[in-house]
Design a protein around this ligand. Structure first.
Ligand code: MG
Length: 395
């Protein structure tokens, strides 16, 4: 029976069809706490499932991607962004004969550490935590999966595979890397993560570049004239218009967006394939040993992408409308952080207890970390409700 089940999930531990440099069950560096293999699912499918069942994943639904708490639910949130990244990542992995399940688990977890209110929220929380070790969303994603999700009988965190954890940790300061064992090594000695992880970074960029252009145009923060000056977009738009001249503006924009995503995906796959052929890695370890990343766009695409990113920064991410919402968000985080620091009993009971224990063990810094973890875990809606509750109460 066991043999049949292995067959059913892809021919056992070394799934047929993988490239030698793909991560697989036979070359995985495993979990922190050993667990028997699942009867039905691969190692990385199990990681995906644990992430989807995490409270931090559900909170992504009401966490800002760019727009704060917009009444129109058709704009992207962190949840829809993460799903888009996961789907693009699987396509990239499949095209390059990599492990699709691993690429999905990294993508699903990549934004779990984000605070409410997007990057403004993270900057505000980092500022509050200045004297207590700071706050960085990337490190927080690892903290969420390793420590903060706490619901399994045998361990804290989700006990995900080394490869998923490695992929989630994109950046890490040296002092922290020293405390992470093998996971921190590449930040001390150089090297790269698996190809699956490298490609998720680019899937992230393809997803946000395209959905932010789409959202920015629909909100009217970007206008079609300036977007059509971007070679990457205008080529896609012209092709779409030529193929279907009678399309409505709405459908034409969607067609252009779709073609631009495809162009970026094809370029990424071909340019990465070329670098793989040159480097000839024969295992994930050989990929890790490469000092330069093997995944990446061609130079031509990188040159065309730069003005797109610039326009998004100037006209969308820094739009006045967003700046007002951002200022409000920053105020909410600062006020809540100080209120909790001064009066930790305002925290939910269980966390109040934890803050007290951490303060006894590690002083103010311990208490501040519990508060930062709590604030980071809240969605935009939840933090506003929490702020109202506390400031109405304390007057
Ligand atoms: Mg992202």
């Amino acid at each position: 029976m066991a043999v049949d089940l292995l067959e059913a999930r892809g021919g056992g531990s070394d799934q047929a069809g993988f490239a030698p440099y793909a991560a697989s069950e036979s070359n995985s560096l495993g979990r922190q706490h050993a667990e028997p293999p699942d009867e039905f699912r691969t190692l990385y499918q199990r990681d995906c499932d644990r992430i989807i069942h995490a409270a931090a994943f559900r909170s992504l639904e009401y966490k800002t991607q760019v727009m704060v708490n917009h009444a129109d639910g058709s704009f992207r949130t962190r949840l829809t962004h993460s799903i888009e990244v996961a789907k693009l990542s699987r396509t990239l992995a499949r095209a390059l004969r990599l492990n699709e399940d691993l690429s999905e688990s990294i993508a699903l977890a990549h934004d779990l550490g984000h605070t409410p209110f997007g990057h403004a929220g993270q900057d505000a929380l980092n500022d509050c935590m200045k004297e207590y070790g700071g706050f960085e969303h990337n490190l927080q994603s690892l903290r969420v999966i390793d420590k903060l999700e706490y619901k399994y009988a045998d361990f804290r965190g989700l006990n995900l595979t080394f490869e998923t954890r490695e992929g989630v940790l994109k950046r890490c300061p040296k002092e922290i890397a020293k405390t992470l064992g093998p996971l921190g090594e590449r930040f001390l000695k150089g090297g790269s993560p698996t190809l699956e992880a490298q490609l998720v970074d680019f899937a992230d960029q393809i997803a946000y570049t395209n959905h932010d252009l789409d959202d920015g145009l629909r909100l009217g923060f970007l206008n079609l004239k300036e977007v059509r000056e971007l070679a990457l977009f205008s080529r896609a738009y012209d092709e779409a218009e030529k193929a279907s001249p009678k399309l409505s503006r709405h459908a034409l924009l969607h067609e252009a967006n779709r073609r631009m995503i495809t162009a970026m995906m094809v370029d990424l796959i071909l340019a990465t394939q070329k670098r793989i052929e040159q480097a000839q890695p024969d295992s994930p370890q050989a990929v890790r040993a490469c000092p330069d990343r093997l995944a990446g766009f061609s130079n031509e695409l990188r040159a065309e992408l730069a003005p797109v990113t610039r326009l998004l920064h100037e006209k969308y991410y820094c739009h006045d409308h967003l700046a007002r919402a951002t200022n409000k968000a920053v105020g909410v985080i600062r006020e809540l952080f100080s209120a909790f620091m001064e009066r930790p009993r305002l925290l939910p009971t269980e966390l109040h207890q934890r803050a007290r224990e951490k303060k006894e063990a590690r002083g103010e810094e311990g208490q501040a970390r519990v508060i930062a973890d709590y604030i980071a875990s809240l969605s935009d809606r939840h933090i506003l409700a929490e702020h109202r509750k506390i400031f109405d109460m304390t007057g």
